[in-house]
Design a protein around this ligand. Structure first.
Ligand code: CTP
Length: 399
């Protein structure tokens, strides 16, 4: 998404300005054209020469020095670019932008620029929580400016809290997704993806779970977001990093997953239900840890709701994709689930086959459709399977 994109990076005088050097480098490596504007305070922290070398272009710092690239620099840079990004954005530049103050090259360019803008606030936690800053951020958000949430962690002032400039790689991803949401082949599509296994409590320390790693659902959610979709990921507990630019709703039990899915269901265009849902739960979850007194322990299990079946019954316009992990009679079992759950497609795999199933990076799947047709793409990475599913969802909506 970044290749050939013209991006103006505004650097203000936050201590994290040094990270912006890496951001510029990453953007240049991704073949974006980058021009840097620095405020005077930023030049006290990082040399403009460094940004010049890394960006491969002149660095604009001053309204009044004669040696500028463009004739009327503040207008020309805003006209030249596809996007302006301010990173780090101090409370000062946020205040100026929100209140229409233009008193240096960066604030003037921001005001003269009618292209999309992203700001990455970075400051001390108390400053970030200051009512004036919060008010200004709210104003900027209402003005249509994208605000990348700051990260939490160690701050230069010695405390741990929110207000950290996100890592350059994450800002790059955010910019990439920003373009994807406008230009990606899934732009405008709203997707609900579920991933991981659900857990049913036996007592406060034990649960019934399954071997799902969540890799398939996470790969789909990440790829869909990279292709511009607006993605909600309802996830059981997994050992995976949340994909960037995806709204993650963490859940534990099947009931929690059902509630989360039903809440977003009316607004989504498609559902990809990759989660391994626990079909049964203990009739009674003990309030205290169960002690090992008896020689044997019998648990009575109750059937959980079938989330996908309920979504199928309530379907209005949504394209529903289910998964079927089988150990025998793959096609028959998967086809029966398409009918029973009112699906538009099911992704079936035989988990006993080498290279398919839980915890592997590959999968061997068959796609089954309600008209009885079957597609068999062969051995693929989970990433490739995810992209194929997304291609089919896209085909459906582009018809
Ligand atoms: N599913 C669900 N809710 C359940 C069980 C399954 O939403 N309580 C969804 C899964 O996310 C998957 C599809 O239904 O997309 C098929 O799941 P699977 O476990 O293969 O089938 P089941 O319907 O549970 O049938 P069985 O376990 O008897 O094979």
């Amino acid at each position: 998404m970044l290749e050939g994109k013209k991006i103006v990076i505004g650097v203000t005088g936050g201590i994290a300005a040094y990270k912006t050097v890496t951001l510029v480098s990453r953007l240049v490596q991704a073949k974006a054209q980058v021009r840097v504007i620095m405020t005077e305070a930023a030049t006290k922290l990082v040399s403009p020469l460094l940004f010049k070398e890394i960006s491969g272009g002149p660095v604009a710092c001053d309204m009044w020095c004669g040696n500028q690239e463009f004739n009327v620099e503040h207008v020309a840079l805003g006209r030249w670019c596809d996007l302006m990004v301010v990173a780090p954005a101090t409370a000062n530049i946020i205040g100026k932008m929100a209140n229409g103050i233009a008193d240096d090259l960066l604030s003037t360019t921001l005001m003269a620029c009618d292209k999309p803008k992203i700001i990455c606030p970075a400051m001390n936690t108390n400053m970030l929580n200051n009512p004036a800053v919060m008010r200004n951020l709210e104003t900027l958000s209402q003005d249509g400016i994208s605000i990348m949430p700051s990260a939490a962690g160690h701050l230069a002032c010695g405390v741990n809290g929110s207000g950290r400039l996100p890592e350059p790689e994450d800002i790059k991803e955010y910019i990439d997704h920003f373009f994807a949401r406008h230009e990606g082949d899934l732009a405008g599509l709203k997707l609900l993806v579920t991933a991981g296994g659900t857990r049913e409590a036996i007592d406060p320390v034990r649960f019934i779970g399954n071997r799902s790693s969540g890799k398939m659902g996470y790969a789909i959610a990440r790829d869909a977001a990279c292709r511009g979709a607006d993605v909600v990921l309802v996830s059981g507990p997994v050992a995976l990093e949340p994909p960037p630019c995806v709204r993650v709703i963490p859940v534990e039990s099947t009931q929690e997953m059902l509630d989360a899915c039903l809440a977003v269901y009316p607004d989504v265009d498609a559902v990809i239900k990759a989660a391994a849902v626990a079909d049964y739960k203990p009739h009674h979850a003990a309030e205290q840890k169960i002690k090992k007194n008896e020689e044997s322990l019998t648990l009575t299990l109750d059937k959980n709701p079938d989330i996908l079946k309920l979504l199928g019954e309530r379907k209005t316009h949504q394209f529903l994709v289910g998964f079927a992990a089988e150990t025998q009679h793959l096609v028959e079992n998967a086809a029966a689930k398409v009918r029973k759950k009112n699906l538009d497609m099911i992704v079936a795999n035989d988990v006993t086959v080498k290279g398919a199933g839980f915890s592997t990076d590959t999968n061997i799947v068959k796609f089954l459709f309600p008209d009885g047709s079957i597609r068999e793409p062969g051995l693929l990475t989970k990433e490739e399977v995810g992209n194929l599913i997304l291609d089919i969802v896209k085909e459906h909506f582009r018809k």
